[in-house]
Design a protein around this ligand. Structure first.
Ligand code: PEP
Length: 247
């Protein structure tokens, strides 16, 4: 049985006053029936950990370095995220793959560093529009999964997020059949890669909103969502959490 996960990625949004959204979200879901995760900018992790009080809200970073420490100005180590109060870290988000030329090997190394620090790695994969239109989506995500999953990945320390690049922040969403096809393919690919494949949570990400969440969560093998824009306010994120609780 996979526990469902509603994860929010705040990207480069949020100053201290955004923590009011954490209170609103935890007040709206005092005892959520799903795992709740927010990944704020690193500057807010410690304050968010304080703001959640005794609530089960989980907190994650948005990236970590592949090394545990060293001369890497401006980077952040997985152990630092953990020290600040994080339990998770997103690795391989398409914005980082694009903006920082991160390869699958880089992502696997970051996920391994996350595991070594005791963090759950949320590994993102997803095809571009050109790749989708060329009929290569399944091959692309399968290759990304193989290349981004580190040795030692388990159902407990790893979450996979399928995020088609063309759906992120665009309002465009794949059809339910397309989502189901990719998630089914990823589940089968995981079986070839690791023993605990059936326990690994597969999230869908890309323009998930309150209005489309329920139908997306009805797709087999969708165990939750990684949400960008609609995770920034409790008013937008709460209906998604509720839809997942009811799925
Ligand atoms: C994301 O950034 O991971 C994402 C899915 O963004 P959005 O929900 O805004 O499309």
């Amino acid at each position: 049985m996979r526990r469902k996960l509603a994860a929010g990625n705040w990207k480069m949004h949020g100053l201290t006053d955004a923590l009011a959204e954490v209170k609103a979200l935890t007040d709206a879901h005092p005892d959520p029936d799903v795992d709740l995760l927010l990944c704020p900018p690193a500057t807010l992790i410690a304050q968010m950990a304080w703001a959640r009080g005794t609530h089960a809200l989980q907190i994650g970073g948005q990236d970590c370095h592949a090394e545990q420490a060293g001369a890497h100005t401006g980077d952040i180590a997985a152990a630092m995220l953990k020290d600040a109060g994080a339990s998770h870290v997103i690795v391989g988000h398409s914005e980082r793959r694009a903006d920082h030329a991160e390869t699958d090997a880089d992502v696997a190394a970051k996920a391994a560093a996350a595991h070594a620090a005791g963090l759950i790695a949320v590994i993102c994969i997803g095809e571009t529009l050109d790749q989708r239109e060329a009929g290569h989506a399944l091959a692309v995500v399968t290759a990304q999964l193989q290349g981004s999953l580190p040795e030692g990945a388990t159902a407990a320390n790893t979450v996979i997020a399928y995020e088609p690049v063309w759906a992120i922040g665009t309002g465009r969403v794949p059809t339910l059949d397309q989502i189901g096809e990719v998630h089914g393919t990823l589940r089968a690919a995981l079986r070839d890669l690791m023993r605990e494949a059936s326990g690994v949570r597969l999230l869908y990400g890309g323009s998930v909103k309150g209005a489309n969440a329920a139908e997306i969560f009805s797709v087999p093998d969708v165990d939750g969502a990684l949400v960008g824009g609609a995770s920034l306010t409790a008013a937008d994120f709460s209906p998604i959490v509720t839809a997942l609780e009811n799925a």
